[in-house]
Design a protein around this ligand. Structure first.
Ligand code: FAD
Length: 563
C-alpha cells in the first residue's frame, strides 16, 4: 500500500508478440499512456526467435489467395482435434476473432502477413485444411526500428542459413526439401546479404528481418509510430490488488521497486514457465529439464505466479508445446527439431533400439511420445536419432548441415561431443549403449518399409502433413528411405519444448478468472502466461502466436473501454 510512483492507462508486462499487440491495439483504441515493461535487456521474447507463423483460419489474406474457409469449418476442426478440453465459447471466440485481429492490424498498423500453403497438422480431420491457415509475416528492413534494432532479440541459428542469412518460412521449406529453384533462392539471399554494404559495415546481423524478428519488428515499428513506451530490464514483481480489483503492479526499475497504477488494467504476457526448474518439476511429466527448451531463459513463470498470488485459477499446467530437441554441450540453447524428422532415411529409437513414434508426426506429438512410450524395460531416456551416410550427404539435421556443405571434418568439436559415428549398426549401437539386436531389427524393418512405402507400425508418411516436409524425390514414401550406407550416425534427442501451455484461465476477453470462475477485474493474461485455448493440442503451425495475438487484441479492446 502507499502512493503510486507512476500512472498509465494500460500496463503491459512482457514484450512478446501478444503483449506488443495489446500495446499497439490499446493505443489505437484511444489509450493515451501505454507502458510496456520487459524483464530482459532485449525485447521480443521467444516470439522474436520464432518462425513468426500464426495459425488464423478464414483470414482476408487466405481469401485473397482464393482459399475457401469459414469459422464453422475451423470450429469443426478445432473440436475434432482438441475435444472438450477447452470451452466451446473460447474456441468460437478464436475462430471468429483471430481473422478480425489480423485484418484490424493490417489496416491500422505496420503488421503485414501473407497466408502460406503450410498444412494444418491434422488435415485429414473434419474441417482440416492442407494450407493457408498458417501465415508468415512479410520481411521488413531493420532501418524502420532505428536505434532500437539492436535491442530486438536475435534470431537463433536454427532460423538462419549459415548462421547469418535470414529466411522466410517458404524459403526455409525450399532449402530443407531441396525443392525446385532452391539454389537460385540461396544465391539471391546471399547476394542480398552481402550487397547490403552499410549493414555489413555495421556487423554480421542481417537487416532483412524475417520470421519472428519481422513480426516483433512490425509491432515495435507500430509502437514507434504511436510513441508507446517500452522499458527494458524492468521485471514485474507483483500485482497491486484491492478488494478483488487489480489496480496496477510493482515493477523493478534500476533496482528500485516502482508502484505503477494502471487505470484501465494490466495485461500479463510474460511467457510460460519453461525455464523454471521448480515449476517444471511440480507440474510437467518427468524427467524434465529446462535445457531441452528452445525458448529464451527469461520465461520463468513470473506472470503466472503473480496472478496465482492474488487468487487466479490455472489450467493445463501439465502440458507444454512439446518439440524434440538436440542439445549441444555449452551451446546456450538446443536445436528444436521441427521438420527434419519428416525427411527419409532416419529413425528415432529408445534404449532397446526400437522406434516408438511416427518420426514425421507434428512436433507436439513427437515430443510427447517420449513420455507416453517411456517404459522400465524400454526407456526413452535417452533416445537417439539414427541415420546413414546417404541421409548425411543430402539433408540437414539440427545443427548439422548436409554433407555437401558441411563435411564431417567441418563439424564442430562440441557437436562431436554428442554425435556418434560408426562403420556398422552393431558398432553404433554399442557406442550409444542401445540394444544392438533391437537396432538391427529396427533398421531392417525401416528398409522394408522404404520398399513397400508403408509403415504398419507408426504410419509414417500417411498424413499429408508428414509428407509436407518429406523429400518429393523419394518414392514410394517421401518420408522413408533405407538406412544402409556406412558410416552410420546417432545423436541424442530429447522431449524439448518451445514453451509451456499451462497458465491462468481466462474468459473470452483474456480476463483472468479466480477459483470460483469470477472475473478478476483489471487483470488480463495472454500468450503462454494463460492456459492455452488449444488445450493440450497443436492444430497447426502458428497455434501459439495466433492465440497470443488474438487474445492480446481482445484484451486491449476490452481494457480500452474501461473507465
Ligand atoms: P514470449 O514471446 O517469450 O514473451 C514473454 C516475454 O516476457 C519475454 O520477453 C520475457 O523476457 C518477458 N518476461 C518474463 N518475465 C517477466 C517479468 N517478470 N516482467 C516483465 N517481463 C517478463 N510459435 C508459433 O505460433 N509459430 C511459430 O512459427 C513458432 N516458431 C517457433 C520457433 C522457435 C525456434 C521457438 C523456440 C518457438 C517457436 N514458437 C512458434 C513458439 C512461440 O515462439 C512461443 O510459444 C511464443 O513466443 C510465446 O509467446 P509469449 O508472448 O507467451 O512469450
Amino acid at each position: 500500500n502507499g502512493p503510486f510512483d507512476q500512472e498509465v492507462d494500460l500496463l503491459v508486462v512482457g514484450s512478446g508478440a501478444g503483449a506488443l499487440t495489446s500495446a499497439v491495439v490499446a493505443s489505437i483504441e484511444g489509450c493515451k499512456q501505454v507502458l510496456v515493461v520487459e524483464k530482459s535487456d532485449r525485447y521480443g521474447g521467444t516470439s522474436a526467435m520464432s518462425g513468426g507463423g500464426i495459425w488464423i483460419p478464414n483470414s482476408h489474406y487466405a481469401r485473397q489467395e482464393g482459399v475457401k474457409d469459414s469459422p464453422e469449418e475451423a470450429l469443426q476442426y478445432l473440436k475434432a482435434v482438441i475435444g472438450d478440453e477447452v470451452s466451446e465459447e473460447r474456441l468460437t471466440t478464436y475462430v471468429e476473432k483471430a481473422a478480425e485481429m489480423l485484418e484490424y492490424l493490417a489496416r491500422n498498423s505496420r503488421v503485414a502477413f501473407e497466408s502460406v500453403p503450410y498444412s494444418d497438422y491434422y488435415p485429414e480431420m473434419p474441417g482440416g485444411k492442407e494450407g493457408h491457415r498458417t501465415h508468415q509475416p512479410l520481411p521488413i528492413s531493420a532501418k524502420h526500428l532505428k536505434e532500437h534494432f539492436l535491442q530486438l532479440r536475435e534470431p537463433p541459428p536454427q532460423v538462419l542459413v549459415a548462421g547469418k542469412l535470414t529466411m522466410t518460412m517458404k524459403e526455409g521449406r525450399a532449402f530443407l526439401t531441396q525443392a525446385k529453384g532452391w539454389m537460385f533462392t540461396a544465391v539471391m539471399m546471399a547476394l542480398r546479404y552481402y550487397l547490403d554494404i552499410p549493414g555489413r559495415l555495421k556487423g554480421k546481423r542481417s537487416r532483412r528481418l524475417t520470421m519472428g524478428n519481422a513480426l516483433v519488428g512490425q509491432l515495435r515499428w507500430s509502437m514507434l509510430d504511436r510513441g508507446i513506451d517500452l522499458w527494458l530490464q524492468s521485471p514485474l514483481e507483483s500485482l497491486i490488488e484491492e478488494n478483488g480489483v487489480v489496480l496496477g503492479a510493482v515493477i523493478n526499475r534500476n533496482g528500485k521497486s516502482l508502484r505503477v497504477r494502471a487505470r484501465k488494467g494490466v495485461v500479463i504476457g510474460a511467457g510460460g514457465f519453461e525455464h523454471n526448474l521448480e515449476m517444471r518439476k511440480k507440474y510437467l511429466p518427468q524427467p524434465t529439464n529446462p535445457d531441452w527448451s528452445g525458448s529464451q531463459i527469461n520465461n520463468t513463470g513470473d506472470g503466472i505466479q503473480a496472478a496465482m498470488a492474488i487468487g487466479a485459477k490455472t489450467d493445463m499446467m501439465q502440458h507444454a508445446w512439446w518439440a524434440p530437441s538436440v542439445k549441444i554441450p555449452k551451446w546456450d540453447r538446443p536445436y528444436v527439431i521441427f521438420a527434419e524428422r519428416s525427411l527419409p532415411g532416419l529413425v528415432i529409437v529408445n534404449k532397446a533400439g526400437k522406434r516408438f513414434q511416427n518420426e514425421a508426426a507434428p512436433y507436439l506429438e513427437s515430443g510427447l511420445a517420449f513420455y507416453t512410450a517411456n517404459k522400465p524395460d524400454e526407456p526413452t531416456f535417452p533416445s537417439f536419432v539414427v541415420f546413414d551416410a546417404t541421409f548425411r550427404k543430402k539433408f540437414p539435421f539440427g545443427p548439422i548441415a548436409p554433407g555437401y556443405s558441411m563435411p564431417d571434418n567441418r563439424i564442430g568439436k562440441r557437436i562431436w561431443d554428442v554425435l556418434v559415428k560408426a562403420d556398422s549398426i552393431e558398432a553404433l549401437a554399442e557406442k550409444i549403449g542401445v540394444d544392438a539386436k533391437g537396432l538391427k531389427e529396427t533398421v531392417r524393418k525401416n528398409n522394408e518399409y522404404a520398399k513397400t512405402g508403408t509403415d504398419p507400425e507408426f504410419h509414417r508418411g500417411e498424413s499429408f502433413y508428414d509428407r509436407y516436409y518429406g523429400d518429393a524425390r523419394t518414392s514410394p514414401n517421401p518420408c522413408i528411405a533405407p538406412i544402409s550406407e556406412a558410416p552410420y550416425y546417432a545423436l541424442p534427442i530429447h522431449p524439448g519444448d518451445i514453451g509451456t501451455k499451462g497458465g491462468v484461465l481466462t474468459d473470452v476477453n483474456g480476463r483472468a478468472v479466480d477459483e470460483q470462475g469470477e472475473v478478476i477485474a483489471g487483470l488480463y493474461v495472454i500468450g503462454n502466461s494463460a492456459a492455452s485455448v488449444m488445450g493440450s493440442k497443436y492444430p497447426g503451425a502458428g497455434a501459439t502466436l495466433g492465440p497470443a495475438m488474438t487474445f492480446g487484441y481482445l484484451a486491449a479492446k476490452h481494457a480500452a473501454k474501461q473507465q
